[in-house]
Write a protein that binds this ligand. Structure first.
Ligand SMILES: Nc1ncnc2c1ncn2[C@@H]1O[C@H](COP(=O)(O)OP(=O)(O)O)[C@@H](O)[C@H]1O
Ligand SMILES: [Mg+2]
Length: 258
């Protein structure tokens, strides 16, 4: 058996309620460093809610979230981002009035080596750091294949490229863990294949752990090391892609649908 990699993310016993809706019940999720860990399940199963619990956007009733052994439970979003957790959104959230590069720089600014005062006074340190950041963000654009569009307004990109832009912005934070919420939604086959290759390189070349929420089963089965299946806010199964595809309960609840 392959040696187990260390746990990067450990979600334990998380429950979430929105008014009368029990969105998650006692959910566990483990993501190991160097793995692509996917979360699948029907619409309304609680996948987006789970990503929100991990990045701090959703407050659970109970349970814990640990990253690299550090307890992030109860910490606000910006602290978790600084600790290494970033996400992308099911409904694209890019700044359409900014250029492609400026969008990525909003991610990179988390690591800016200057103070607010430096930026207001435009000190030499500020200008030096802005240059360094712009170069770093260009690298991230290059990583997703959008470097040649750096100066276009983000709104001018086709939809699939806007999704890649959102990923470039997220990796500009240089996180330990990247949470992707249905990144292939609205992409055609070719774009989805390119996305699969990028997700693998995020793990392999950038050494960023990935938690992928996705409906495209070809993509999920292709890139995932482990898969957790959610159904009505509860864990239905956990395993390798092969184990999940062969699990009769999963096929009945979800995979049988398509
Ligand atoms: N902010 C919210 N307020 C109320 N109900 C919500 C909210 N977000 C999600 N829900 C409900 O929680 C359940 C899980 O939703 P979600 O996590 O978006 O599922 P998925 O991403 O798997 O489709 C659904 O019943 C949804 O309607
Ligand atoms: Mg969702």
């Amino acid at each position: 058996m392959a040696e187990l990699l260390p746990e990067l993310l450990a979600v334990r016993g998380v429950s979430v309620r929105f008014g009368g809706v029990q969105a998650l019940t006692e959910v566990d999720l483990t993501a190991r460093a160097g793995d692509i860990t996917s979360v699948i399940g029907p619409n309304g199963a609680g996948k987006t809610t789970l990503l929100g619990v991990i990045n701090g956007a959703v407050t659970p009733l109970g349970g814990s979230v640990r990253l690299d052994g550090a307890d992030l439970s109860g910490r606000p979003i910006f602290e978790r981002a600084a600790a290494g957790v970033v996400r992308t959104f099911q409904n694209l959230e890019i700044f359409s009035n900014m250029t492609v590069l400026e969008n990525v720089m909003t991610g990179g600014h988390l690591h800016a080596g200057y103070t607010l005062l430096d930026s207001l006074l435009r000190t030499p340190r500020f200008r030096r750091e802005e240059k360094r950041l712009a170069a770093l963000c260009r690298e991230k654009l290059d990583f997703v294949g959008l470097a040649h569009k750096a100066h276009l307004p983000a709104a001018d990109l086709p939809y699939g490229e806007q999704r890649l832009l959102e990923i470039a912005r997220a990796i500009a934070v240089e996180p330990k863990l990247l949470l992707l919420d249905e990144p292939a939604a609205g992409m055609n086959n070719k774009e989805t294949q390119q996305l699969g290759a990028i997700i693998r390189r995020i793990r392999g070349e950038l050494s960023i752990g990935v938690v992928l929420v996705e409906h495209d089963m070809e993509l999920v089965m292709d890139v995932s090391d482990r898969i957790t299946v959610l159904n009505f806010g509860r864990i239905l199964a956990e395993g390798t892609p092969r184990e999940i595809q062969d699990n009769p309960e999963v096929v009945a609840a979800y995979l049988g649908e398509d």
